[in-house]
Structures are given as structure tokens and as C-alpha cells.
Design a protein around this ligand. Structure first.
Ligand code: FAD
Length: 389
């Protein structure tokens, strides 16, 4: 059972759940609170690199993940305007051998359910929904979190895993709102049977166009088809998992090749996310309070590593706490181990976004750069991510 001196985790997303699990695995008591009435994740897919599969292995959930994941055959980049293939990286035996684990895609709700179930199996984890934290404070040996209903939770340490709009970050770092990027993401999932056969693919396919791209891949053992359409728009500044404006999407994608047009036409109802990120910072731990996942280092999704970084954070944090029982020291060490790696993901994600959304001469440069690039070199260019921690 949880002790009366637990580590408080705020936020029950993928980052918070992974943290609760990692801490429990090292014998810590955890009280995780989530503001939503129920635990869950949005109906969309997630790409998971070998670095993240390694984390699943350490957290003891690799088999459960493997059971419901899909293992794509390639990462393919195509030109969204003329339909031609620009580059193909096989996710084959050589890839698996190089990075020790495969590349997978998984439905977010499936992954979240695996993590939640694993947490529930840990007696020292307490999971609580319908609990919104409005302020946090600390003394030299305690933390206090105040709920919107006037309750006070007390613990030995506090982790803000409360996402891109983190309230904990606002309190301890106070560095304003996340950056407006002018990028929006529309997402939808449909049964594979509804996808015209000639447009199905067992790969992650990214169709790159000027200021836009569309990506798709199978989910849940191939039963589902995940689509994400991203484009530049300043129409909205904030919004997550809200209905998208299908008309605006089609306006931006007018002129794309027939395959992309047909696939986009399969969806009547899109969910939309307005993309925000932050310039990397070199500090997010303050005494007994630290941040994790999007709260610490929100990133654009162009390297498909935001959730992956949150899961790596979780493991690193639990490991540091196991090594250094002094909480402020452990939190400082955790943060210092994560600053450069997560900063690199944030900055490189912006760069990959430019590569995907290139137009004019930049589009031709992209083609020339990637034309004939040896697969071994392409694979190696990702080793800094996929080798993991
Ligand atoms: C379009 C898109 C595609 C993406 N694709 C990928 C991908 O392929 N691979 C990948 O690794 N990543 C991807 N990401 C990034 C990934 O979704 C995020 O990095 C990840 O979900 C962050 O998890 P988190 O737990 O840190 O935050 P969140 O998932 O935002 O969870 C935060 C939780 O905290 C709760 N909360 C907030 N405030 C409070 C409060 N005051 N009190 C209590 N609870 C609170 C929230 O309700 C929420 O449940 C993508 C993101 C987008 C937008």
C-alpha cells in the first residue's frame, strides 16, 4: 500500500503513467492524480522507435505492447504533389539488429491501457481521477499540492507530468506560454477495411508537400489505419482534440496527388491539435519539484519522439532516485541527463518539419540530398535517437 509520504505525480498521460510505473518498480510509493474524470488517451496512433521499445522492456510491458502493436516494414517519404517516392528506410532485420529492438506503431489508448494496468498491478501506486491540482509548494522536506476542491495532498516529492500547458511549470519556472508554431495537426483513425486496397500500406508513409504533409500507418496488428494531416495555419492559437475544419484542411491540400486526395476524402470528421513547443531550457527541477514529458520539453512531432522522451524521462528519473535517495540531488541529476537529449529532439524536430514541408528550390534540394543516400548511412543518422539511453 502507498505510504503516507508518497511521490506525487500530477498528470495521468503517457508520461505520468510511465513515471508511476518506473517509480513503483524501484520500490517507491506513488500517488498519481489526473484531472479528467477517467484515465485514457485520444483516439490516434503513436510511432515508437527502438529507444522506446527498450524502455517498455525495462518497465516490464514489452510483451503486452508487442501483442497490440503493429510493426511497419519501412519508413517511406513520398512527394505529396507528384506522388513519387523520395526515400525508403527499411525497418528490417538489419534495422532491428542495429538498434536491438524493432520500430512499432501503437494506438495511444492501447498503450495507455497497458501502462495503467501495469500500474494497477503495483500495490504501492495509488491512481486518482477527477483531481485537478491548482497550486504546489514545498518546504525543505515536504511538498504540498492543492486541489481545486480545497484538499491538500502531501508527499516527499512532486513531478509535474501535466503536459504542454503545465500548471506546475507555470509555478516553478514561470516562463510563459508555449511557443506558437503556426502548425496544426488533424488526426483520424479508420478500420483498415475502409481503406481502398490499392492505398493500403504496411509502412509508415509520409507524403511531404509545401507547408504540409500527410502521414499514415497501420495500428493494432493492422486492423486500423491511422492518418495525420499537418499544415501551417495561424487561424487558431490553442486547441487539442477538438473538431477540425475539414474545409480548411482540403483548401490547404488542394493540388496534392490523387492518392493523398483520396485518402483525405475518406474522413468526414477530423480531430485537431494546435501545435505548440518551447525553446529548450537547461533547468526544470527546483528542490523537490520537477517536470517531465511535455511539461518539461514540449516538441513538434516531426521526429515522432515526444511520448518517447516522456517515457525515457520516467525511467531516468526513477533510476536517479534509486541511486541518490536525496530527492533534490536525484532530480537535478535526472534533469541534467535529459536536457541535451530532449533539447536535441526539440530542435531537430523543427528541422525535420522544414524538410518535410519544403517548397520550391528547397523541395528540389530535398530530393537531391536523399537521392541515392545509402540505407546504412540513413539508418545511422538516427542512431543518436534509436540507440536510446
Ligand atoms: C499530432 C501529434 C502526433 C504525435 N506523434 C507522436 C509519435 O508518433 N510518437 C511520440 O513519441 N510522440 C508523439 N507525439 C507527442 C506526444 O503525444 C506527447 O509528447 C505525449 O503525449 C506527452 O505526454 P505527457 O504525459 O507528457 O503529456 P500529456 O499527454 O499532455 O498528459 C498530461 C496529463 O496531465 C493532466 N493534467 C494537466 N493539468 C493537470 C492538473 N492541473 N491536475 C491534474 N491533472 C492535470 C492532463 O489531463 C493529461 O492527462 C505527437 C503529438 C502530436 C500532437
Amino acid at each position: 500500500m502507498p505510504t503516507d509520504d508518497p511521490i506525487i505525480v500530477i498528470g495521468g498521460g503517457i508520461g505520468g503513467m510511465s513515471t508511476a510505473l518506473a517509480l513503483a518498480k524501484t520500490g517507491r510509493s506513488v500517488h498519481l492524480v489526473e484531472q479528467a474524470a477517467e484515465f485514457g488517451e485520444v483516439g490516434a496512433g503513436l510511432q515508437v522507435g527502438p529507444n522506446v521499445m527498450r524502455m517498455f522492456d525495462r518497465l516490464g510491458v514489452l510483451d503486452a505492447v508487442t501483442e497490440i502493436a503493429f510493426f511497419p516494414e519501412n519508413l517511406i517519404l513520398r512527394d505529396a504533389m507528384d506522388g513519387s517516392e523520395v526515400y525508403r528506410l527499411p525497418l528490417d532485420a538489419a534495422f532491428r539488429e542495429r538498434f536491438s529492438y524493432p520500430y512499432a506503431t501503437i494506438h495511444r489508448a492501447d498503450l495507455h491501457a497497458v501502462l495503467t494496468e501495469a500500474c494497477r498491478a503495483q500495490p504501492q501506486v495509488r491512481l486518482q481521477t477527477g483531481c485537478k491540482i491548482v497550486s504546489v509548494e514545498q518546504t525543505p522536506d515536504r511538498v504540498h499540492a492543492h486541489t481545486d476542491e480545497g484538499q491538500v495532498l502531501t508527499g516527499t516529492a512532486l513531478i509535474g507530468a501535466d503536459g504542454v500547458w503545465s500548471g506546475v511549470r507555470g509555478i516553478v519556472l514561470g516562463d510563459g506560454e508555449p511557443r506558437i508554431t503556426g502548425h496544426v495537426a488533424y488526426r483520424a483513425v479508420l478500420p483498415m477495411t475502409e481503406v481502398p486496397e490499392h492505398l493500403r500500406s504496411n509502412s509508415v508513409v509520409l507524403w511531404a508537400g509545401p507547408d504540409l504533409h500527410m502521414a499514415h500507418y497501420p495500428l493494432r496488428r493492422g486492423e486500423l489505419f491511422n492518418m495525420g494531416a499537418i499544415f501551417h495555419s495561424h487561424r487558431f492559437q490553442r486547441g487539442a482534440n477538438v473538431f477540425g475544419d475539414t474545409e480548411e484542411l482540403h483548401e490547404h491540400f488542394s493540388g496534392v496527388c490523387e492518392q493523398v486526395d483520396t485518402l483525405l476524402g475518406k474522413i468526414d470528421e477530423w480531430r485537431m491539435w494546435v501545435q505548440r513547443d518551447r525553446d529548450p531550457v537547461d533547468r526544470w527541477s527546483f528542490g523537490r519539484i520537477t517536470l517531465l514529458g511535455d511539461a518539461a520539453h514540449p516538441t513538434l512531432q516531426y521526429l515522432a519522439q515526444g511520448a518517447g522522451m516522456a517515457i525515457e524521462d520516467a525511467w531516468t528519473l526513477a533510476e536517479r532516485l534509486a541511486q541518490s535517495p536525496d530527492v533534490p540531488t536525484a532530480f537535478h541529476e535526472y534533469e541534467q541527463r535529459r536536457v541535451v537529449r530532449t533539447g536535441r529532439v526539440t530542435l531537430m524536430s523543427r528541422l525535420y518539419g522544414e524538410l518535410y514541408h519544403a517548397s520550391g528550390v528547397a523541395r528540389s534540394v530535398r530530393r537531391e540530398m536523399l537521392d541515392g543516400w545509402p540505407v546504412e548511412a540513413a539508418r545511422e543518422s538516427f542512431s543518436w535517437i534509436y540507440n536510446g539511453i
